[in-house]
Design a protein around this ligand. Structure first.
Ligand SMILES: C[S@@+](CC[C@H](N)C(=O)[O-])C[C@H]1O[C@@H](n2cnc3c(N)ncnc32)[C@H](O)[C@@H]1O
Length: 239
């Protein structure tokens, strides 16, 4: 099955282009031009879903042009709900230029009486309903005392820090790895990166055996990078 609903895509193509054009100033770098060109040339129709640049996928998801089961933002929300991770104080790391995942999780977290904070140095929005935005990098010194849960979708350079901190500071964790080799940012490569993520997961499984769960994406997405989950001691006792 095709990843994108072609009819919806062409119906909404101009709206997507206008969205990028209207936000060109705040995209604030070459990414807006690239995005515009990618939409004009319909590149999204030929790229596999998880290899589409995130800033394009964010817009495709926002304009709801993915076929059923193909929008991985929606699929990750379902997984977060399944693990009851959209409750309490929640932090999303590396939320993206257009923070599509946070846009989907924030109303659910609010409905459950919780709060959402996001870290993203390149975010194009300065305000979003029910979200505290930290326009900065997540580092080993970021204060996470108040958070119950850290989650992320393809957090690239923040990957290792966030996983280590979740284990060391007893946080719930859900991280969907990207396809980059994050051990060095010099030569991040797709496909090779998947093996890096797999071996990183195995290393944590060895170190923290029964605290670490590694799952796959739903098969509908066609994504083969792993998802790592950890439940904090409070959540584990509750179950
Ligand atoms: C591949 S994109 C994924 C964005 C978003 N999660 C998504 O899937 O749409 C990686 C993002 O990580 C952000 N990033 C990189 N290092 C970071 C750090 N230390 N803290 C927070 N965000 C970071 C980048 O700015 C970029 O937006």
């Amino acid at each position: 099955m095709s990843e994108i609903d072609i009819e919806k895509y062409f119906e909404r193509k101009n709206e997507m282009l206008n969205f990028v054009k209207n936000n060109k100033e705040i995209y604030n770098d070459i990414s807006a031009e690239e995005l515009e060109l990618a939409i004009e040339l319909d590149l999204g129709l030929v790229l596999p879903v998880y290899k589409t640049p995130s800033r394009l996928s964010q817009i495709f998801s926002k304009f709801e042009i993915y076929n059923n089961g193909k929008d991985y933002y929606l699929e990750l929300v379902k997984l977060l709900e399944k693990y009851s991770f959209l409750e309490g104080n929640v932090c999303e790391i590396a939320a993206g230029r257009y923070p599509r995942l946070a846009e989907l999780t924030a109303p659910k977290i609010k409905m459950n009486g919780g709060n959402l904070t996001i870290y993203e140095p390149n975010i194009i929005l300065s305000q979003l309903d029910n979200i505290t935005i930290i326009k900065d990098e997540f580092t080993k010194n970021s204060n996470i005392d108040k958070f119950d849960t850290l989650y992320a979708l393809k957090p690239c350079e923040a990957t290792i820090t966030m996983v280590e901190r979740a284990f060391e500071e007893d946080k719930n964790l859900m991280i969907a790895f990207c396809g980059c080799d994050n051990s060095t940012k010099k030569y991040p490569k797709w496909d090779v990166g998947k093996y890096w993520a797999d071996s990183f997961c195995m290393e944590f499984k060895d170190r923290y055996n029964d605290e670490t769960e590694i799952i796959n994406w739903p098969s509908s997405t066609g994504i083969d990078t792993p998802i790592m989950i950890r439940q904090n001691s409070k959540t584990k006792v509750k179950k």
